[in-house]
Ligand binder design. Structure first.
Ligand SMILES: NC(=O)c1ccc[n+]([C@@H]2O[C@H](COP(=O)([O-])OP(=O)(O)OC[C@H]3O[C@@H](n4cnc5c(N)ncnc54)[C@H](O)[C@@H]3O)[C@@H](O)[C@H]2O)c1
Length: 447
């Protein structure tokens, strides 16, 4: 911990020097000298971990010193051409740095199976946690206790209780956490939310969110376990989740359709769509007060057991109504969010940026109007905050509240009744069965 605080001060001074002499190129000041780089370790190098790794490698003041994955190397991820795991990730890092050496050789990236070995390294400043959601709480809390700054992928948590524990650990240890809700660093989404927050669409009445459908078909009822592949530490993949027989469709990428590890598209894409809704409605530190199922569909059997067709409605304390549904043919793809006001609307997300009236998107904000930040690169923003200790674009409470909204929705869609939510107490009102779904027991030793 002491070694950590010393390194943090050192990186902070490099950041302060940068801020004071921002006209002088950083390399002249030596801010990117190897000893002053931010040492990053990747935990989880699958589908998204590999993309996040590329973003870190692109930053000159980062040194990726370690990668960690319970899978050594295999196919079986989102698409057939992906061959992922810790060894391909290590190779990617070493090839990247080798290309920057005169010798063309680089061997300085360690590869681990067990993330606890990563957290034990005093030279690691920051970790990126890009593993299935059932691991986010354990790894974030342990990383915070070890004094590491954290980039944790969305949805921040598996349950509301997990999210609150993560907020407390981050605050207690005074570390930076950036949630991977990258819409927070999308200038168009930000501008859209600024238009809404500044009353440019009149009074906000309704928010309509749309989520992409399932993009994988799960094993049908009667599925049989499959052997654990060599080089895959299945026990450490399951970690805090209940023990379950191995099936290849349980683990890589498709974990998001199984309740023990994630919450389906409600949390996967909802973590973007509802996060935009929270931002535009000014609800970063709170949530809805009512939520109810609106005709969602759960699968009847098979390995995938999360809501298949999302459909719910919610209401905020300010009276704004929110609806959410699975995309149908002709809808834009990904996560989309439309704010509807008395004088127009703004729509933003993966499918593009649209306004009504059309010219609204060309307007400029006045000097005295509310602004919602400046970040245009979510990774750069995280790294800058490591140096300056400023609050990142998607801090832990924001990530927690957006993920919580998704969890409330899944609970409402499962219980099929209207639920009243107290965002301050983070409890349902007069519904003990629903309250029991806000947390889950973790398998030892991960409680
Ligand atoms: N920001 C975004 O837009 C975005 C996009 C996709 C995924 N994600 C998020 O990224 C996370 C990972 O999703 P994915 O699609 O990359 O999944 P994935 O299955 O492709 O990759 C996860 C990797 O984590 C590894 N892993 C699991 N347990 C581990 C452990 N204990 N220690 C080390 N490694 C472990 C797995 O072996 C796997 O290689 C999820 O939380 C997901 O929601 C975010």
């Amino acid at each position: 911990m002491d070694a950590h605080l010393t390194r943090r001060k050192f990186l902070g001074r490099a950041g302060a020097a940068l801020a004071a002499f921002s006209i002088v190129p950083a390399r002249v000041l030596g801010a990117n000298a190897p000893s002053k780089r931010i040492n990053v370790a990747m935990i989880g190098t699958g589908n998204q971990g590999t993309l996040d790794l590329r973003m870190f490698l692109a930053e000159a003041d980062v040194q990726v010193v370690a990668v960690c994955d319970v899978n050594r190397a295999s196919h079986g991820y989102r698409s057939e051409d992906q061959f992922l795991g810790r060894e391909p990730a290590r190779r990617m890092v070493e090839d990247h740095y080798a290309g920057l050496q005169r010798s063309g050789v680089y061997r300085g990236c360690a590869a681990y199976n067990d993330f606890r070995e990563v957290l034990a390294r005093p030279d690691v400043d920051a970790v990126a946690i890009v593993v299935p959601d059932h691991w986010h709480r354990v790894m974030t809390v342990m990383a915070a206790e070890a004094g590491k700054d954290i980039y944790c992928e969305k949805p921040l948590s598996l349950t509301v209780a997990d999210g609150r524990a993560m907020v407390e650990a981050v605050r207690r240890n005074n570390v930076i956490l950036q949630t991977g809700s990258h819409q927070r660093s999308n200038p168009r989404t930000r501008f859209g939310c600024e238009l809404v927050r500044n009353g440019r669409i009149g009074k906000l009445l309704r928010i309509e969110t749309v989520l992409g459908p399932w993009n994988k078909v799960g094993p049908a009822a009667g599925w049989q376990p499959t052997p654990v592949p060599e080089g895959f530490d299945y026990g450490l993949w399951l970690g805090p989740a209940p023990w379950a027989p191995h099936h290849k469709d349980r683990c890589f990428y498709t974990f998001r359709f199984i309740q023990d590890y994630s919450g389906g598209q409600t949390t996967n894409l909802g973590a973007h769509a509802l996060d935009m809704a929270q931002w535009g409605n000014g609800s970063d530190h709170t949530g809805p007060v009512e939520i109810e199922d609106d005709g969602s569909v759960l699968p009847e059997d098979g390995l995938f057991n999360v809501v298949q067709n999302v459909k719910f409605r919610a209401r905020y304390a300010n009276g704004v109504e929110l609806t959410c549904r699975t995309a149908e043919e002709g809808d834009k793809t990904g996560a989309q969010c439309r704010f509807i006001g008395t004088e127009g609307w703004v729509e933003t997300g993966a499918g593009g940026f649209f306004t009504f009236p059309d010219k609204l998107k060309l307007e400029r904000l006045d000097r005295d109007e509310l602004r919602l930040g400046t970040s245009s690169n979510h990774f750069r923003d995280f790294l800058d905050c490591i140096k300056t200790r400023a609050t990142p674009a998607a801090p832990v409470e924001t990530g927690h509240r957006s993920a919580s909204f998704c969890h409330l929705a899944n609970i409402a869609m499962q219980l099929k009744r209207k639920l009243r939510w107290d965002p301050a107490a983070e409890k349902f009102i007069d519904d003990e069965a629903a309250n029991r779904m806000l947390s889950r027991a973790a398998r030892e030793p991960w409680a």
